[in-house]
Ligand binder design. Sequence first.
Ligand SMILES: [Fe+2]
Ligand SMILES: [Fe+2]
Length: 288
Amino acid sequence: MELSKQEKKKAHDLIEEWEDDVLRRYPEEPVKEKSEFRNYDDPARDTVKEFYRTNHQYQTYDFVLQKEKEFLSLDRKQMTLWEAVEYLNTMVDDSDPDIDLDQTQHLLQTSEAIRADGHPDWFILTGFLHDLGKVLCLFGEPQWAVVGDTFPVGCAFSDKIVYPGFFNDNPDTKNARFNTRLGVYKEHCGLDNVHMSWGHDEYIYHIMKDHLPEEGLYMLRYHSFYAQHRERAYDHLMSRHDHEMFRWVDKFNPYDLYTKAPVKPDVQALRPYYEDLAAKFLPDTLTF
Ligand SMILES: [Fe+2]
Ligand SMILES: [Fe+2]
């Protein structure tokens, strides 16, 4: 199903607003007055709030299992890495290209900052890939099932998750199977045994699962899991190994959040470097 131009613009705008909101919540320099960045009069903030209302209401355990079944067979679309990048970029708002960074630019700003700090090539490539799962939007998935903070389903929702009050409308909150601290899980069972709310992180993890080192895979899979990597709200589900690997998720997060600059990377000049990097780790075509 091909999205209309208007739908693509809507998807693009929401993603931008969500990312700005994460920045407001987790500013690089702690702001003195919390109220300075918690500006509730901001109309963009209302959009994000409405987005979370829907997200928290509908991301149930059963919904996640259904989406995993629907998408993780990975038999939808075959693309080279660059085709996928260009496909994702069709979400861009081309009415004011001077203000917004498109998706490719966000990926490149992230990966180029990682590269400038001298990190290994798999880390650079991970930065470049991390948001490719957002192609889910172009497959017609609603935004609340593509972007936004992620969190475990099948157990009680932490009040450390953004807008926790909206979980009151999630039927799992009233289901005795799911509404306890551990829910369907065992203490320290390890995140690999935990179903996360459905979105672009889990999706890109499965696409890249056989091709990147485990550290990179953790970055892909948990980069929007703010309730854990910023708030440590789910230690009770994490294994010792998860904790070790989350050091890499923590290392990755600032590159995702704090590298947005108005200077646009030169996409065509950088393309050969990233195609070589992809050739080193990835198959010629990726299956989405
Ligand atoms: Fe992301
Ligand atoms: Fe990102």
